[in-house]
Design a protein around this ligand. Structure first.
Ligand SMILES: Cc1cc2nc3c(=O)[nH]c(=O)nc-3n(C[C@H](O)[C@H](O)[C@H](O)COP(=O)(O)OP(=O)(O)OC[C@H]3O[C@@H](n4cnc5c(N)ncnc54)[C@H](O)[C@@H]3O)c2cc1C
Ligand code: FES
Length: 271
């Protein structure tokens, strides 16, 4: 059963991508970790799985939600102070303990920046526990950049290397953030990566296909790559079978998988 949560703050990031901050009292949500997801319930409409988007989940949680269908459209009609339901957290997240003291490369494509944000926040909150950190983020259009204000601050830091690119750059957006024309794969080629890096990725399947090839050419092995997969889900807890692909329950064994497992399931990502 979902527990009740209140919309505390809504920040539009782009036209159809808003960052919602929810306050809640359910203690289980406090265990939310980067890469996991929660089921968001809009009363009278239904549920949708949404990635944990903030590192620290004490009595509030951030969710970056794109308006695409029934549940998300209904959410966009609500306002601060309104009540929804949240249940979770579910699924396996990124192996943050295993990343300890390692060099890390975070790769985000489009909306994939939402789960990756909880990871970069966790790393920066515990910076001394990690090695070099590279963040690669690509999008179709420069106007689609999420967390623009946060990037302005990240760009001032010297303990994280940022590579940002859009396939098309055009129009004013504040604050202005420098990015190059290109794709995630161009950024991987350019980045100062070597075989020592662990990689955490979230983006569309087509991005994985080409990003994995580039990472392999850098000497990074499949065992060092962690991918978050998105599949249609219903229950979120391994009961309904909606999310199964190649025998894997994305909601329970994932959504974050190690590439050495995924390569055994060619229909997931055709490399
Ligand atoms: C683990 C996980 C994490 C996720 N994290 C996030 C996140 O952080 N933020 C986020 O915004 N989303 C996230 N998603 C995606 C989100 O759960 C889906 O987009 C969800 O379907 C939205 O619910 P909805 O009811 O608004 O959309 P739906 O009504 O389910 O529609 C979803 C999509 O399907 C299309 N569609 C709907 N009905 C039909 C139809 N009859 N025929 C053809 N196409 C149709 C819609 O146009 C839309 O593109 C995540 C998904 C997973 C599995
Ligand atoms: S969503 Fe029901 S089994 Fe995964």
């Amino acid at each position: 059963m979902p527990s009740l949560a209140k919309i505390r703050n809504i920040v539009p990031m782009t036209v159809d991508n808003y960052l919602f901050e929810f306050s809640f009292t359910d203690d289980s949500l406090k265990n939310s970790a980067p890469g996991q997801f929660v089921e968001l319930w809009v009363p009278g409409v239904g549920e949708a799985p949404i990635s944990v988007c903030s590192a620290k989940v004490n009595d509030t949680i951030d969710l970056l939600i794109r308006r695409v269908g029934r549940v998300t459209n209904a959410l966009y009609l609500l306002k601060e102070g309104d009540t929804v339901g949240l249940r979770g957290p579910y699924g396996t997240g990124f192996p943050v303990d295993g990343f300890s003291l390692r060099n890390l490369c975070l790769v985000a494509g489009g909306l994939g920046a939402a789960p990756i944000r909880s990871l970069w926040q966790h790393i920066l909150n515990n910076r001394e526990h990690f090695g070099k950190v590279i963040l690669i983020y690509g999008m179709r259009h420069s106007q689609e950049l999420l967390f623009r204000q946060e990037f302005k601050l990240l760009l001032r830091r010297h303990d994280i290397e940022l590579y940002l690119a859009a396939e098309e750059i055009d129009g004013p957006a504040l604050p202005p953030i420098n990015m190059q024309v290109g794709r995630v794969t161009d950024l991987i080629k350019e980045a100062n990566l070597d075989a020592s890096f662990q990689v955490a990725m979230c983006g569309p399947p087509i991005m994985y296909r080409y990003a994995i090839k580039e990472l392999l050419t850098k000497g990074i092995k499949e065992e060092q790559m962690w991918l978050s997969l998105e599949r249609h889900m219903k229950c979120g807890i391994g009961k309904c079978g909606h999310c199964v692909i190649g025998g894997l329950f994305t909601c329970k064994q994932g959504p974050v998988f190690n590439m050495s497992l995924l390569k055994l399931v060619p229909e997931v990502i055709e490399c």
